[in-house]
Design a protein around this ligand. Structure first.
Ligand code: PLP
Length: 358
């Protein structure tokens, strides 16, 4: 297996891929591969329901929330959230902590009134911005945050709380990486292709009460109620992606759930952050220490030539996906749940060796 540090689509657990491989030809003795089954068949239905049940179990999702499987990626949620939740005379508040929150805001702007409640753009998104709860009026349609900033490598450690303002969070790059109090949120969404499975399915967890807000005039496929009322089977769902999601969730459950996964993630992140901190300025972390992400470790070397040389040598040594996002450059190691500890160990050792040789 390659030493895969891609940001998404990203490494999946080897056990999951092996299990999937078996079922591509003959799922559950049907003589058909998993993606050849009808989405109305009892065999597929069991997979679909298992994915929902396991997600509810792992995240301890209360009964007053719906779990939806939608296509269109997290990017479609940038539009669906304001389309469904932002009333004509309301304002939607956005906290900007990176490019993905900017993109979410841009789409909401096309639908209705928006306000930027806080932003760390001036600080090059090196940290999660400070915000004043009092600046977010109780009348706001919702407050939107991005819990983990995949590109900049920062992550929220605690979340805003105001009982009156619904909180919507893009958790595409850190869902399932740590225990979560779902009740703190009113809507959580995540494209699957980092911690949940392959691309093609987006998970939306929404407080049922919010479903009343959607106008009946919305196109069916853009209305959350269409998914909620039909067990996300109104039209053909991405069956293969949901099957892989169910396997990833089983894997996470077998690992001991989110507390164990968090411990493993913290250990992996520490190895890389230690390599940065102990390098005496050879590696320069992008994120402020108290905003550091356990999922995406972003850093630079002292100049672009050295960064390029690092990436080149890393590639030669078998490391994949260490280049920073095309918008900011530098280096980034994405260490999602499925990236094995020994791969991270190898990267930390490589970083130390590269430093000593340069
Ligand atoms: N939000 C975050 C935090 C992301 O990291 C990404 C993709 O990397 C997206 C949104 C966009 O997701 P998608 O490509 O599924 O639309």
């Amino acid at each position: 297996r390659a030493l895969n540090f891609n940001a998404g689509p990203a490494a999946l657990p080897e056990e999951v891929l092996k299990e999937a491989e078996k079922n591509l030809l003959n799922f559950s003795n049907t003589g058909m591969g998993i993606m050849e089954l009808s989405h109305r068949s009892k065999e597929y239905q069991a997979v679909h329901d298992q994915a929902k049940t396991l997600l509810r179990k792992l995240l301890a999702i209360p009964d007053d929330y719906e779990v939806l499987f939608i296509q269109g990626g997290a990017s479609l949620q940038f539009s669906m959230i304001p389309m469904n939740l932002l009333g004509k005379d309301q304002e939607a508040h956005y906290i900007l902590s990176g490019s993905w929150s900017e993109k979410a805001l841009k789409e909401a702007d096309k639908i209705g009134k928006t306000v930027i409640s806080a932003s760390s753009k001036d600080q090059k998104y090196r940290l999660i911005p400070e915000y004043n709860q009092n600046d977010i009026p109780d009348s706001a349609a919702y407050l939107h945050i991005t819990s983990n900033n995949t590109i900049y490598g920062t992550q929220w450690k605690t979340f805003p709380s105001n009982e009156k303002t619904p909180l919507a969070a893009d958790m595409s790059s850190d869902i399932l990486s740590r225990p979560l109090e779902v009740e703190q949120f009113d809507l959580i969404y995540a494209g699957a292709q980092k911690n949940l499975g392959p691309s093609g399915v987006t998970v939306v967890i929404i407080r049922k009460e919010l479903l009343q807000r959607s106008s009946e005039k919305l196109p069916a496929m853009l209305n959350y109620n269409t998914f909620a009322n039909n067990n996300s089977l109104y039209n053909t769902p991405p069956t293969l992606a949901i099957y892989l999601l169910s396997l990833v969730l089983e894997w996470a459950d077998k690992k001991g759930g989110l507390q164990q996964i968090e411990k493993a993630n913290e250990k992996k992140a520490k190895m890389l952050y230690d390599a940065i901190d102990e390098s005496e300025g050879f590696y320069i972390g992008h994120a402020h220490k108290d905003s550091r992400s356990c999922m995406n470790v972003t850093f630079n070397l002292q100049n672009e030539d050295l960064s390029r040389e690092f990436l080149h040598k890393a590639q030669e040594a078998g490391f994949v996906g260490l280049g920073g996002h095309r918008s900011i450059g530098g280096c980034r190691a994405s260490i999602y749940n499925a990236v094995p500890e020994h791969h991270v160990e190898k990267l930390a050792a490589f970083m130390k060796a590269f430093k000593n040789n340069n």
